[in-house]
Each structure stands twice: as C-alpha cells, then as structure tokens.
Write a protein that binds this ligand. Structure first.
Ligand SMILES: [Mn+2]
Length: 352
C-alpha cells in the first residue's frame, strides 16, 4: 500500500509561510474530533509563542469534553458570526490560513467559499489520503493547500504537528503536550486501533516527558459521560443487529432517542466502537437520524474491508478503518444501502 509522505522541503516551506505571516487563521473539519481539537489548540499555542496573532475558527461546536483544551471559547461559524462577515473581512485579514486534519472542501462547509476567494496562502496539515479538489485549480497541488504537510501513514494529524513543531524549533510546553496527546490518543482509540505503531508510542513518550498526563486525560475524555449521553448509549445498544454471520453490526439512534434522553448530536462520538467488543464483529455501522431528516452513517472496520471506499461511494470519506457519510432518509433506506455495500465487500473478500 502506498502512503503519501511529507517531503522535508515541505516542512521548510511551511516554516517560511509562518515566518512571513503575522496574523494567522486556523481551522479544521466540521464535527471536530480529538485529533482536530488537539491540533487546533497545539498550533495556536505554538504560533502565539512565536509572536503571531492567531484566530481559531470552528465550523461546528467543539464537543463539551474537548473544551478543556482551549483557554477561551472557540468561535463557531454560523453561530458567532456568519460567512458574510468572514468574507467581508470583519474578522480581520489573514496572512496565512492553516487547516488541520482535513484536505477536503466537503469537510469545510461554508468555509470552502471563503477559502476559494481568499488571497492568503493555505497550509494544510493532514493525514487523510483523500482530497476533493484544488483551491486554485493548480494541477501541481494534490489538495486544497498551497503547502501541504500530508502524511497518510500517520495515525493522527497530531503526529505530523508534533514533528513539524520540533522541526520548527518550537518548545513543546505542557499544554501543547496535553493537546497533542489527546489528538494522537483519540485517533488511535486510546492505542487500541491497528494504526497504533511505534511512531505513535515514541511520540507519546516524548509528550509524556513534556508534561502530558495520560491517566488524567483518560479520565477527562472517557469517564466523563453526562447521564444523558449514557442513556443515549444504552438506547443505541438496544438497537444492535448482527448480520452476515455476526460479522456486520448495525445500530441506530433516532430523533426520539435524542428527545427522550436529552442528549446532543455530538454525544454519539465514539459510541459506534462499543460493538467491536463482540468477537465476531469486523465491520460496523451506526446510523444517526439528523434534525434535517438525513441520516449520518459512521462506519468502522477491523478487517481488510476499507470502509472509506463505502463512504466515498455516497459522497463521504475517512480512513480504511473509520469513515462516515450522509445518506437520504428514512432510516430503513440508509440501512439498506449500506447493508448492500457491506454484503458485496464481504463477498469479494471471501472470494479472495
Ligand atoms: Mn485525524
């Protein structure tokens, strides 16, 4: 399998971009996860320490359990201000835009409009192999950045950020170490997923030496459910269906479940992983009914089936082991579409 790796001259180009800019905007994909939030927080601190004026921007709210990473509330596009204000320069003019943990316009709803017309250079730091276009139509670029630190062999964007900050001579403070530990630990399912390699452990060891506190972080991240979120999880577990000889697990969460439990949409994060405790389960899907009637489908795989290929068939994306997409409702329709795909992939896998 071929990986996209960072060229060391790209590290140099990225430091040059940062050196030249005094005001920098940093954002990440919608529905920011631990990797996204950790990288945002770490980049902010590192750049502020270099004397830069830094503005963070979230495209949807930061989940409750990741808020401790930030010293102040991260403004949300569409809530704290709208795209018009951003386009008109009400938030200021930026010498550089940094995007972490995605290289796709589709992951940057509304912000993609701003990006396409902004005159400032764009630095992408990401570990996804996929991208859905180039910003300026330049054939030489693989994604949406002018400079791209993209390494699809990295388990988390946090790894690339740490390696880049060290290259740039930034000091890894305790706060940066905590943020990057969260980034790496969450994208590896707390070192359980198959992407957990020696590079992950080596970098995390360095982060612990720099002040990251794994036990405290584990508690803050995984033993922090609100009663509402726990009830939502029990509702989801009750919908478990095992298909294809127990190899495919499917679960769902309806609007009624949100209403009944008082849980928020963000509360579904990571819940899909629970069913992989079942020994036979190799692929899983979680269907979440959204307010607008669409169905969000999260997919996981612990076998050679690449779920990002299933997701991208419906306009989504992700990694071979973890991906997601949106599907038209109703629920039964979405479930059938995915079951057909998964059945077909298992058939190919079994046929060798
Ligand atoms: Mn990531």
């Amino acid at each position: 399998m071929g990986f996209i790796m960072v060229d060391s001259t790209d590290f140099q180009k990225a430091t040059q971009l940062i050196d030249k800019s005094s005001k920098i905007l940093i954002t990440t994909h919608t529905k920011p996860d631990g990797d996204a939030c950790g990288c945002l927080a770490a980049m902010q601190d590192a750049l502020v320490a270099l004397g830069k004026k830094v503005k963070l921007l979230a495209l949807s709210p930061i989940p409750e359990w990741h808020k401790f990473l930030f010293s102040e509330k991260v403004p949300v596009l569409g809530e704290d201000f709208d795209i018009k204000q951003l386009m008109q320069g009400n938030l200021g003019e930026f010498g550089l835009i940094i995007i972490v943990d995605t290289n796709s316009f589709s992951q940057l709803p509304q912000f993609d409009q701003y990006l396409k017309q902004a005159g400032s250079p764009v630095l992408v730091i990401d570990h996804h192999a996929t991208s859905d276009g180039t910003r300026l139509g330049e054939a030489s670029r693989s994604g949406i950045g002018d400079v791209e630190l993209v390494d699809s062999s990295a388990a988390a964007t946090g790894l690339i950020v740490l390696e880049f900050l060290k290259y740039a001579g930034c000091s890894i403070t305790e706060k940066i170490a905590q943020a990057l530990f969260v980034a790496i630990a969450t994208d590896t399912g707390w070192f359980q997923f198959a992407n957990t390699d020696s590079r992950v452990y080596r970098n995390c060891a360095e982060l612990i030496d720099a002040g990251a506190k794994p036990a405290q972080l584990y508690h803050d991240l995984y033993q922090n459910f609100s009663p509402a979120r726990f009830k939502l999880m029990t509702a989801m577990l009750g919908t478990l269906e095992l298909c294809l000889d127990g190899r495919f697990a499917t679960q769902h969460v309806s609007r009624r479940d949100f209403g009944r439990t008082g849980a928020a949409d963000a509360d579904t994060e990571n819940l899909i992983n629970e069913c992989h405790r079942i020994s036979t389960v190799q692929v899983s899907a979680l269907f979440t009914e959204l307010k607008d009637g669409r169905i969000r489908c999260s997919l996981r795989s612990t076998c050679p089936i690449d779920v990002s290929k299933i997701a991208s068939k419906f306009g989504g994306g992700g990694h071979p082991a973890a991906a997601g997409t949106y599907l038209p409702g109703p629920l039964e329709n979405a479930q059938q579409l995915i079951l057909n795909e998964v059945t077909e992939r298992f058939r190919c896998l079994d046929a060798g």
